[in-house]
Design a protein around this ligand. Structure first.
Ligand SMILES: *Cc1c(COP(=O)(O)O)cnc(C)c1O
Length: 430
């Protein structure tokens, strides 16, 4: 069955005279809220959440944990909590955001390869349900924090399962030479230390994450095999398999169906439960990108253009690498449509450039679009994940606003930054 992450555009998208998302006319959204503008479609988010829940319902003890780093705002956290999701968080900032959004903190897992004493203290104070310990240094630190608060902390061990997946090297995490997690050969030593020395820590299971934007489904089966084999040996009862399921940025991308991935995971899990003769463990899944990417688009206004003699035509928009670093960082590709001219007529090949002072600030290379004029609105698809969450103030450009749309209503969920916001932390020494 097809799942929401296999669509390129938000599910509520309609092509009228202008593009419409969540029942809202995109040109009207721009008139009201300006550009660049992140638009997030609630219907699409709820739809992928239901896909995940439906796909995994054949396994009794399954817990969905949204990986907040893909997009972390109070409104989206509240929405995902209402779908029954827990949260994977990686910093005090993400912990604080989900806490302020009213999330049940017992359904939050704190993960990361260099969490500070203060971050760990905050996590424990606010009652985070699990902490994934990444390395020996952190085990010692965690035990210290737990002792200081006179608490026992529920933990997992993050491991590197030694699985190579075919994705960009910056987003591979499960191979052996990685900065994340314990090598499998170090697990026994960690377990002994917890048992004998770190008595304020209680180990429940193992955690792994093999990469991101994954299209290959079989590696999830390999991951399950490694994790179950290890927890069986160690007498643990929880596995967290991370996230990574891919999305469709361009027509050439064929991400897997969540239903197919779930089938592989559950079948292999059931096989391994028999093979290693254990009670069915609690299964945790941490999708980030596949939950939020398809729901998001970015709207830009077209400004200047430049025809290189005998070369490319560049058309510049009012955003770029500060609101979407992925093309510059990973060579990521995106799909664009003209929001106020969705018909495809008089196509011309152009390159969409950002407004930032870097030659690499190109959003989309060599794309066929109707002839563009100043003031046209471009809609770039699949910008829900790792766009706002990686946004910067490069060139002292304020970050865009974000609106959530649904049922013909739009709500600002992140206000546009102002010039005063930009200087609000500056101090002039007297
Ligand atoms: C990044 C990350 C995820 C989410 O990855 P996606 O590719 O966005 O699904 C899940 N778990 C861990 C530990 C991560 O680091």
């Amino acid at each position: 069955m097809k799942s929401t992450n296999q669509y390129l555009k938000p599910l509520s998208l309609k092509v009228n005279e202008n593009l419409e998302i969540g029942g809202c006319d995109t040109v009207e959204l721009v008139e009201k809220f300006g550009t660049p503008l992140y638009v997030v479609d609630e219907y699409t988010i709820r739809s992928i959440c239901r896909d995940y829940k439906e796909a995994f319902k054949a396994y009794e003890n399954v817990n969905m944990m949204y990986a907040s780093k893909a997009l972390c705002t109070m409104a989206t956290s509240k929405l995902l909590a209402s779908e029954g999701f827990g949260f994977d968080v990686v910093s005090a900032g993400e912990i604080y955001t989900v806490y302020k959004a009213g999330v049940d903190m017992s359904k939050v897992l704190f993960n990361g390869n260099n969490k500070s004493y203060d971050e760990l203290s905050l996590a424990i104070e606010l009652g985070v349900g699990r902490i994934s310990a990444d390395n020996f240094f952190e085990l010692a630190l965690l035990n210290e924090v737990a002792k200081a608060q006179n608490k026992t902390i529920d933990i997992l061990l993050r491991i590197t399962p030694g699985i190579e997946c075919h994705t960009h090297k910056y987003i591979q995490t499960g191979h052996l030479d990685s900065k994340f997690g314990f090598d499998l050969t170090q697990v026994d030593e960690a377990v002994e230390l917890i048992k004998n020395d770190y008595t304020n820590l209680k180990l429940h299971g193992l955690h792994a994450h093999i990469g991101s934007q994954i299209f290959e489904t079989s590696i999830y089966g390999d991951e399950i095999e490694i994790l179950v084999k290890e927890i069986a040996r160690l007498g643990l009862n929880e596995i967290n398999i991370g996230g990574g399921i891919g999305v469709k940025y361009t027509e050439n991308d064929c991400p897997p169906s969540v239903y197919d991935v779930a089938e592989i995971i559950i079948n292999r899990l059931n096989e391994c439960i028999k093979k290693y003769n254990i009670e069915p463990p609690a299964l945790f899944i941490e999708p980030g990108r596949s939950i939020i990417s398809t729901a998001g688009v970015t709207l830009y206004t077209v400004g200047s253009s430049k025809q290189v003699p005998n070369g490319r035509k560049y058309v510049a928009v009012d955003g770029g690498m500060s609101d979407n670093i992925r093309p510059a960082m990973y060579g990521a590709e995106y799909t664009v449509q003209v929001a106020n001219k969705p018909d495809v007529q008089n196509l011309q090949k152009v390159t969409i450039a950002g407004r930032f002072c870097e030659s690499g600030d190109i959003l989309i290379k060599d794309v066929e679009l109707p002839e563009l004029e100043e003031g046209d609105i471009l809609c770039v698809y699949n910008t829900g994940a790792y766009n706002y969450s990686m946004a910067s103030n490069y060139n002292r450009v304020p970050k865009p606003a974000m609106v959530l749309v649904n049922d013909s209503l739009s709500h600002v969920i992140v206000a546009r930054e102002t010039l005063d916001d930009l200087i609000s932390h500056d101090r002039i020494s007297q």
